[in-house]
Design a protein around this ligand. Structure first.
Ligand code: URA
Length: 192
């Protein structure tokens, strides 16, 4: 029998999230889910996949609305891409994970991978933009280098991501949080 709080997450379960494997789900407390944002009808051309919702995202129950989201909106605006024109989602649906708890982050993302893949297969975006190394790793486990090696390239999605009739293009860029922390990648991200 699932703990009562988990029963509040029917969509996560329907899409295969394995909350019992997730550190945020242990003790029956599933973190707080931030649902995928897509206001269009049918399939989006572009799906952006981040890592995990932060504190602000969890408060407002929307992905990428905190400091990383503001930088992302600015960068997308400069590239002429409206936020409303893409699907915005995260590798892990729930948060927040304390900063610096990297093992926990990995475990949350791993337990949520079936949910991420199920959602992507349901919406079938043409292009997936992996934002940050965690997102790239879950979408293309066969690639072993980091973002720097793959920026700007069209990448193959993982064998277990695509389906017989859906093979999205995959591209990757730095996570805005990395740039906000003072990573030296700002110019590169803008050129992506
Ligand atoms: N960082 C992410 O990866 N996703 C969010 O939704 C917010 C910050």
């Amino acid at each position: 029998m699932f703990p009562a709080q988990w029963l509040l997450q029917p969509q996560l379960f329907a899409d295969g999230a394995e909350c019992w494997r997730c550190p945020l789900g242990k003790n029956g407390f599933p973190g707080r889910p931030v649902r995928t944002e897509w206001y269009g009808t049918g399939s989006p051309r572009l799906a952006l996949v981040g890592e995990l919702p932060g504190r602000r995202e969890v408060q407002l129950s929307r992905p990428f609305v905190g400091p990383s989201g503001r930088l992302l909106d600015f960068t997308c605006g400069q590239a002429g891409i409206a936020r409303s024109g893409m699907m915005i989602m995260n590798a892990g649906a729930c948060g927040p994970v304390p900063s610096g708890a990297d093992e926990m982050k990995e475990a949350v993302i791993a337990a949520c991978r079936p949910r991420l893949l199920a959602e992507l297969r349901r919406y079938r975006p043409e292009v997936i933009l992996a934002v940050g190394a965690h997102a790239l790793r879950v979408l293309a486990p066969e690639l072993t280098s980091g973002i720097t090696a793959f920026r700007g390239a069209l990448l193959p999605v993982g064998e277990d991501v695509k389906t017989l009739d859906w093979t999205p293009k995959l591209i990757a860029t730095f996570h805005p949080a990395y740039i906000l922390r003072g990573g030296d990648a700002e110019t590169l991200e803008h050129s992506d």
